[in-house]
Ligand binder design. Structure first.
Ligand code: NAD
Length: 255
């Protein structure tokens, strides 16, 4: 039983107010999904809702801080009691530019709460519902930083490596239940995230060039390109893809 009175499949996306999450919501809406978006950014969540509704999809939103595990547990428990989720995109993430000795306990805890514990809690509720309904598809957003050590990103890379472990284990346990779950590992993507990093840098032009140069073709990806990858992983065309780490990084991790 779904509050969204619709025959269209329903996708739950975290971090759907901005960047890759918003682009994914728009892409999935264009492919016939209705959306349930969660984000702590209430203003942009409302804007996202209006934008996606214009594309003809039904959209529900919930302003929620994913870093509070108890609040998240309650919210997702209620959500699955009222909505049937066909596709899940665990996308919200945070990061701090720190080496190991610079990273505070609070930064470590927040990074893990949002980047991995929230994915665990959401899967904990959504996977049993998907099993009861015969299956479903999940994409957990990791990062190229899950596969290689990026400078100054100790908590971030550690948490994203954990996303890969969570993804593989759920695939191992639930492939026979009709669940496909994959991680996507983007390189540097020109989202609001990068905008914030550049805004904080004394030399944003030089910094941007450095970030672009990480990709083999010297260009960042776009949120829309990553959204395309996520939509593929959720689709039936990806039936043979399970437990994978899908790199979309213009070769960042290839060399
Ligand atoms: N941009 C990149 O270069 C890049 C590269 C690899 C992976 N990623 C990953 O892609 C995902 C999306 O990143 P993006 O680039 O679109 O960033 P973004 O900052 O544009 O979007 C992240 C979204 O997550 C939300 N969010 C953050 N903390 C939250 C919390 N505690 N509770 C609820 N919502 C919260 C933000 O409000 C925002 O809407 C993240 O997991 C990020 O680690 C990004």
């Amino acid at each position: 039983m779904s509050y969204i009175d619709s025959d269209r499949p329903l996708a739950l996306i975290t971090g759907g107010a901005n960047g890759i999450g918003l682009a994914t919501a728009e892409k999935l809406a264009s492919k016939g999904y209705d959306l349930y978006l969660i984000d702590k950014d209430a203003d942009n969540l409302e804007l996202a809702k209006r934008k996606i509704q214009l594309a003809g999809a039904k959209v529900e939103i919930q302003a929620l801080d994913l870093s509070n595990p108890n609040g998240l547990d309650q919210a997702i428990s209620q959500l699955v009691a009222n909505y049937s989720i066909d596709a899940l995109v665990n996308n919200a993430g945070v990061g701090f530019a720190r080496t190991v000795s610079q990273t505070t306990q609070a930064e470590w805890d927040l990074t893990f709460a949002v980047n991995i514990t929230a994915q665990f809690i959401i899967c904990k509720h959504v996977v049993p519902q998907m099993i009861a309904r015969g299956g479903g598809a999940i994409v957990n957003v990791a990062s190229a930083g899950a596969l290689v050590g990026l400078k100054n990103r100790v908590a971030y890379c550690s948490s994203k490596a954990a996303v890969v472990g969570l993804t593989r284990c759920i695939a191992a346990d639930h492939a026979m239940d009709g669940i496909r779950i994959n991680a996507i590992a983007p390189g540097t993507v020109d989202s609001t995230w990068i905008g914030r990093i550049l805004a904080d840098d004394p030399d944003p032009v030089a910094r941007r060039k450095l970030m672009e140069a990480r990709q083999l073709d010297g260009k960042m990806g776009t949120p829309e390109e990553v959204a395309h990858g996520i939509a593929f992983l959720l689709s039936q065309e990806a039936r043979f893809v399970n437990g994978s780490v899908f790199s979309m990084d213009a070769g960042l991790t290839a060399v």
